[in-house]
Design a binder for this molecule. Structure first.
Ligand code: ZN
Length: 273
């Protein structure tokens, strides 16, 4: 009895003794490890193997992203331009057109698509300045390629204005129509893309003269000499001219464009009665 009673009374003390012994042993091992390898988290003396594990991103691992910029800070300020950030160089044709003194126009952002439509170097033309400084509005203003706009201005300044001076004391307004428009030729579904879809064409309805007359393309007989010379001078400058009698789509306006064709082929179709 004494023996069993002694065992039951000493069992908790025995368990406590075993735990203390193991704790002391574990603490001893930890102290040895710290002494032998130092305190990397405090000293920053990270072992080479640890540096490597931090530098190499595991395949497929999520790349950590910085926290969002606080809205109260506003947009980030540029600290300079890299080659990727630099603005594209100005288009030479646009620079020439805008500095010629012949156009009242504003440069606009490149027009992109859909499909093959678009203008890489566009401007919006609202008037042409004649040699005497007179300003002739183009109504409505038109979105055009810069080089086409300058060719149009040359025609107005060098041919139309002198013809209008003879016919009616001068040119006061150009009645336009379509400039840029993303569409097929003559709006026929399935037809090839129109030059209008690249800003390389303009439709004109007529001209207002200083004497008050408005000479319209569809009624060329009102001043046949003037309109005949409009046709002939346009055909000398543009690669496509389509007017009344050409194809049924141009009875009330004339179309001019600078389409480039194989072997320099040109089209000039406008029947004068
Ligand atoms: Zn047209």
């Amino acid at each position: 009895m004494n023996t069993s009673r002694t065992k039951s009374e000493t069992l908790p003390a025995c368990i406590l003794s075993m735990i203390m012994t193991r704790c002391v042993a574990t603490a001893g091992v930890a102290a040895f490890m710290l002494f032998a390898y130092g305190f990397p988290a405090i000293s920053g003396d990270v072992s080479p193997s640890l540096r490597h594990s931090q530098a190499v991103q595991k395949p497929g691992a999520e790349i950590p992203t910085p926290p969002p910029r606080p809205t109260e800070l506003g947009p980030p300020q540029s600290t300079g331009t890299s080659p990727q950030e630099a603005a594209p160089p100005p288009d030479a044709a646009c620079t020439h057109a805008m500095t010629s003194g012949h156009l009242v126009a504003v440069l606009v952002a490149p027009v992109v698509g859909p499909d093959q439509c678009g203008i890489a170097a566009p401007l919006k033309l609202s008037a042409i300045i004649l040699a005497d400084g007179a300003r002739v509005p183009l109504e409505p203003e038109s979105l055009l390629r810069c080089d086409f706009a300058e060719a149009l201005a040359d025609w107005v300044r060098e041919d139309i204005a002198p013809l209008a001076q003879i016919a009616g004391g001068g040119l006061t307004k150009i009645l336009g129509s379509d400039g840029y428009e993303c569409r097929s030729r003559n709006r026929i579904i399935g037809a090839i893309i129109s030059e209008h879809a690249t800003g390389n064409a303009l439709d004109l309805r007529g001209f207002k003269l200083h004497d008050g007359r408005t000479l319209l393309i569809w009624s060329a007989n009102e001043d046949l000499d003037f309109m005949t010379q409009i046709r002939d001078t346009s055909c000398a400058r543009f690669t496509t001219v389509l007017g009344p009698g050409s194809d049924g789509y141009h009875q009330a306006h004339m179309h001019v464009d600078l389409k480039v064709r194989h072997n320099g082929y040109r089209i000039c179709q406008w029947d004068m009665e």
